[in-house]
Design a protein around this ligand. Structure first.
Ligand SMILES: Nc1ncnc2c1ncn2[C@@H]1O[C@H](COP(=O)(O)OP(=O)(O)OP(=O)(O)O)[C@@H](O)[C@H]1O
Ligand SMILES: [Mg+2]
Length: 506
């Protein structure tokens, strides 16, 4: 479904190029909202062919809205996608038509009291493409030093907007990482000398070991070996740099050059202490490694158990006990396969198709050398939750083993190759796995619900109780291709309910 912003865009004549310009503005304008202590609204003119229903003349559609994070909002409702009449909003019309900033007061229907409004034309390559309206509560209070400084900087950005100099052609900082004004700002002049540092910026610098008086000095003179500010001022482009100081302090610096008539007049440096974020990143990374290690060890232990069982089996005389131990060994190995894959990628989801490859290899290895069996794997299940993958791997291992063991039991002198296939499908509603062979077929009177032998009891219980699915086993000819089919064979079909990942049932 299209978002209100997308719908609004359809109603304008903006080109792709202009649109990108506005998107870049909206990616960084949180800083502008904070600097001006105001709500910001971005309005674009609506295509001529669709005039506002109530009135003639230009009308506008609201493409975006930003609230300040350091003061109260005057716009309670969500305006994105709404249209406004040019007559109701004369300041917007004036800014749009003249290409110059307009100011005034107006009663906006979504605010309680008249708001102070400043409308700034957003121009690109000399053409007005939108209007950014700034709305603030009309307060009689005299602003303090910090407030005045911030507003001055905002006005410099306003000039840049009208001079087509802001937003910058490419800004690469991810929105969620970008520091906001509240994180700390330092204002520098065109030579990189500090003119103002906000209290939070001073705190961040303290944590980086800089305690000297800042005003009038360059940060590089104070022992901060950063090049971001110099780069930014020299290139007239924004620069983002992560500065690591002392063992454990990381500060993200976002330097935005301030321009007037094409020349750099200073810079705004936003500082954000990301020490905790980075520490958490590292912690998560090491937690990932720990989980991987656990899976690796579980896999190793299972392999040791399986080796022990094999050893013990070899010491027994031929007979049921010996076979049972070999079977147990194989079952343990099929679980080890899942942990092996999880130890490589310890996510909640396991690439099940890789597991199938290993299980097929295991079945191949256990088949008699004298028998020629071709394995076919078709389709796939993609990623499967880890707690589904383990029982499902055990089930599939049993079914493949049965096919290898029972389907071709008395084929002495059978000339050609035998076939075993695994077909997998996943749809929005269920996962289906089908294991077929072209062997002798199930014994007469076979019913999966009545079997008491261990292999199929395990399969039945895992599918029905643990995986909450269904299983059926019947005789069926095997399609050999070219419209031919085998005389006999077995098909096992398993269906599991597919539940969205993240659903509590998984
Ligand atoms: N693909 C198949 N083709 C023919 N018969 C099969 C097939 N799969 C199962 N059977 C029959 O079903 C029986 C029960 O299988 P089940 O896996 O439960 O036991 P098992 O393989 O004999 O012993 P184990 O407990 O070691 O697996 C088998 O003995 C065999 O007769
Ligand atoms: Mg079996």
């Amino acid at each position: 479904m299209a978002t209100p912003a997308e719908l609004a865009l359809e109603r304008t004549d903006l080109t792709r190029h202009q649109l990108d310009h506005l998107k870049r503005l909206m990616a960084t304008w949180g800083v502008l909202a904070d600097l001006s202590f105001s709500d910001l609204i971005l309005l674009a003119s609506v295509t001529e062919s669709e005039p506002h229903p109530r009135e003639p003349g230009p009308s506008f559609v609201i493409l975006g809205q930003m609230r300040p994070s350091n003061s109260a909002t005057v716009v309670q409702s969500d305006l994105v996608g709404q249209s406004v009449g040019g007559v109701d909003w004369p300041l917007v019309t004036a800014a749009f038509q003249s290409g110059e900033v307009s100011r005034g007061e107006m009663q906006v229907d979504f605010a309680e009291e008249p708001a102070r409004v400043q409308c700034i034309p957003v121009r690109m390559e000399g053409e007005t493409v939108a209007v950014m309206a700034r709305l603030a509560a009309g307060s009689g209070r005299r602003p303090g030093h910090l407030e005045r400084t911030y507003r001055d900087v905002f006005d410099r950005f306003a000039i840049m907007l009208t001079e087509s100099a802001f937003p910058f052609p490419d800004e690469s900082l991810a929105a969620e990482e970008a520091p906001r004004v509240g994180d700390g700002i330092v204002l520098v002049d065109e030579e990189g000398r500090v003119r103002y540092a906000s209290p939070n910026a001073i705190n961040a610098l303290h944590r980086m070991g800089i305690y000297s008086q800042l005003e009038g000095r360059r940060l590089s003179d104070l022992g901060l070996q950063e090049s971001a500010i110099e780069w930014s001022l020299a290139s007239a482009l924004p620069v983002v740099e992560e500065v690591e100081r002392r063992p454990d302090v990381t500060v993200l610096m976002h330097c935005i050059p301030l321009l007037e008539k094409g020349s750099v007049t200073g810079g705004l440096v936003l500082l954000r202490d990301v020490t905790d974020v980075r520490r958490l990143d590292r912690l998560l990374l090491s937690k990932d490694a720990a989980i991987r290690e656990v899976h690796h060890r579980v896999k190793n232990n299972l392999q040791t158990i399986s080796a022990l069982l094999r050893l013990q089996a070899r010491r027994l005389e031929m007979g049921k006990g010996r076979l049972a131990l070999f079977e147990a060994e194989r079952r343990v190995r099929s679980i080890a396969i899942v942990h092996e894959i999880l130890s490589r990628d310890p996510s909640d989801q396991v690439p099940f198709d890789e597991i199938v490859t290993s299980l097929v290899q295991m079945a191949k290895d256990s088949a008699l050398q004298s028998r020629q069996i071709v394995f076919h794997v078709t389709g796939g299940l993609g990623d499967v939750p880890a707690d589904v993958a383990t029982p499902l791997a055990v089930v599939l291992a049993e079914l493949l083993q049965n096919a290898v063991e029972h389907a071709f039991a008395d084929d002495s002198g059978y000339p050609g190759a035998h076939h075993i296939s695994v077909a997998m499908r996943s749809s929005a509603r269920c996962l289906t796995i089908e294991v077929r062979d072209d062997g002798v077929g199930l014994p007469d009177g076979f019913d999966i619900n009545d079997t008491e032998s261990l292999g199929l009891s395990i399969v039945r219980d895992l599918v029905r109780s643990q995986l909450e699915g269904t299983i059926s086993m019947e005789r069926a000819p095997f399609p050999l291709g070219g419209g031919e089919q085998s005389a006999s064979g077995t098909v096992v079909t398993i269906e599991l309910p597919a539940v969205e990942p993240g659903h509590p049932a998984w």
